[in-house]
Ligand binder design. Sequence first.
Ligand SMILES: NC(=O)C1=CN([C@@H]2O[C@H](COP(=O)(O)OP(=O)(O)OC[C@H]3O[C@@H](n4cnc5c(N)ncnc54)[C@H](OP(=O)(O)O)[C@@H]3O)[C@@H](O)[C@H]2O)[C@H](O)CC1
Ligand SMILES: [K+]
Length: 489
Amino acid sequence: MGALYSVAEIRQAERAAAAQLPPGTLMQRAGRAAARIALGIIGAEPVAHQALVLAGPGNNGGDALEVAASLAQSGVGVTLVQLGRADAAGALNHIPAGRQWALVVDGLFGIGLARPVEGAARAMIDTVNALACPVLALDVPSGLDADSGAVIGPDGVAVRATHTITFIGDKPGLHTLAGRDHAGHVIVDRIGIDEALLPGASVHMNEPAMFGLAFAPRLHDSHKGTFGDVAVVGGAHGMAGAPILAARAALLSGAGRVFVASVDHGPAFDSGQPELMFRDAASFNFAGSTIVAGPGMGDSATAIRLLGKALDGDNPLVLDADAINLIAASPDLQARLAARTAHTILTPHPLEAARLLGVTAGVVQGDRLEAAREIAARFDACVVLKGSGTVIAMADGEALINPTGNPGLASAGTGDVLAGLCGSLLAQGWPARDAALAAVWMHGEAADRLVAEGCGPIGLTASELPAAIRRVLNRMVAERPKPAGQPQS
Ligand SMILES: NC(=O)C1=CN([C@@H]2O[C@H](COP(=O)(O)OP(=O)(O)OC[C@H]3O[C@@H](n4cnc5c(N)ncnc54)[C@H](OP(=O)(O)O)[C@@H]3O)[C@@H](O)[C@H]2O)[C@H](O)CC1
Ligand SMILES: [K+]
């Protein structure tokens, strides 16, 4: 179910399988599988179409030659361009200009790419990226790192494919960092390799099946105390909006009571959401509340004192934004975080993660899975490393990549909404792992639904997310399989 494998794991399975098969069998299977996808993209009347097939110097190129042969047998007009082998009979070593292609097949480089693409190969990729036709990448879009999702650089280029057929197993680099922008729609083809040859995956794609909807049934005999209290600690002077966004998200995703505990003298109420209760954080009694610390919290002595108090308590806790930065700057607060035993979720963006790890954001983005796992292990907490293809990691090493969401989320306040949503699920009794997986998935899904309704991605605002999340949430609860006899929730 949505397992992701490293290049090393794929290589290992490939070797084990190839050892049991006549030479070239796997490549033939890969080529035929890709040709079937190519024909599906080209559509009816294959004979009326021209396909451009790019073949690189390695086995990825070998796959491309198989695809070219299969397409030709199906009547498709094939123009084969072979990198660096002008002498091959009938092959070109450059892309003919001014032609209309029904499809480009990218077989330049796969998991063997070892360095930034340069020279003729780079020129080919630039040419392909300027075309307006569908592009089918074989195994990995050429130029992309299959493990990290980075465009291999510095200053590298990668094919922006509309489709990728990836062989043997799915790969994390197709789904995080630059992966989503370059892989397009990903199809996985095992090419007949026995599942037993693949190691147990420690990385998976996030999806509803990965997190049980841990909602308690909403009985008629309920009261607002049944569904938990959330206290958002933040709102330093001039940053009152952040905790309000987090609080609204917590309220609209089902928390019973939501407080905004302001570190400075904040607003007395939120006219847009009068259900929220505003308190002075310094005198607020946090007992029994799930705490969301960080939105607009600032770095005052009050903020630091309150953060330490939250860390030392046994309240479920979400740490976001300034809370993460304060912890990153304080070995004492780091030790107090690591010592916690109650449910804890951190929601850093790459730069906040870099501060926590004492590295650059480039290092974090160079291996997002490793960065998230390192923070989770170091602080024994659940970590949500935000970005395209958000990574959720647990202290035991489990990691998942989230597929929902879109560039509309790259706007002010969406992180506050996510933190509030995490807090709401914790307050309703969810364990940290499920709360983080569900929150990240629903946060992205809500943004995708808003875009589908024409509300974005340009100009999508954080304020629009809580109501959209509520719709996603209630639909998921309504559609989930119910054990016999469980009352309507
Ligand atoms: N082996 C199998 O049974 C199957 C393999 N599959 C396909 O094979 C690729 C992996 O093939 P591999 O040959 O290991 O590597 P690539 O084809 O991805 O490319 C590596 C070759 O390209 C050269 N290279 C690497 N980087 C660059 C660069 N920046 N510029 C130019 N050339 C580069 C490299 O040679 P060097 O010695 O110069 O490094 C290799 O020649 C896999 O992705 C699948 O598509 C199938 O899965 C079927 C089974
Ligand atoms: K490729």
